[in-house]
Design a protein around this ligand. Sequence first.
Ligand code: SF4
Length: 308
Amino acid sequence: MRVIRASAMGVCFGVRDALKVADTVAQPVQVTVYGELVHNPLVQQRMQRRGFQQFGEGEHRDAIPDTPHVLITAHGISQRRAATLRDAGKTLLDTTCPLVKKAHAAAIGLRDQGYHVLLIGRPGHVEVQGITEDLYSYDVLPDSAAVKTYHHHKLGIICQTTTPSARALEIRAAVERKNPHAEIKYIDTICQPTKDRQLAVEDLLNQVNTVVVVGGKNSNNTRQLVHRCQDRGAVVYHVQSAAELDPQWFESIEAVGLTAGTSTLPETIEDVYTAISSMGGVSRFATDNSPCNKYPRKIKTGGQADAA
Ligand code: SF4
């Protein structure tokens, strides 16, 4: 069995730089990570072992950390929340990705020009929270079904950085269709590493029918890769590590594709690659108890991508 790697996959520069900053922290116990540094369970465990304090991304968001320093993740936070932390005497170690900052700047620019902001993205995602908390007038659009006719005369559209380009265009078209009365401004804030990984997975899907996607279950861009494979009719396995692989998945398969989200470390990808390669050549007949029904991370075409 051949294992074909996507031409672009894994850690992006934004995640890499955030990890470097965390690595330079001399006294982790003095630092609270404001959310998950990256959506990667392996990284989370390492941070905890080093002694970093950790805030979740949901329930504790409004509390003030006890530590004197707060590490802002690559996903960013709102200006309002940053001011609250500074007013409480906290020093911020800001690892916000420059491309997330670009999305914030686009949103604030639209706000200041009187636009109602339409943010294409996943409601509740920490990056989406960070952008919308500085806005007064906005809607978050996960898909074109969420698009309405708005009473506003100026509509400004931006995207969560990890949005698939095709979905953004679809939603933009729906906004234009339902709001012919409005002046509509579209700013493409999808990041280039995400676009590169999406293009690479298209190329992969031209070569294989089965794909392993490596990445955190709550990683938005990883989930988007899974969804894209699913939409193209591929058999998809979403794993966080090599330990989750099963040899039966690769029975009678000549080639399998491998891709990974932007928060997946190179060593995790290598582990998965090595493990799949060692599983190649396993030859057993499929039974009624097929992995299609047996293994929860197998994503069937048209099914729900991931419960997480
Ligand atoms: S996925 Fe894009 S926006 Fe997010 S950290 Fe990576 S480069 Fe930055």
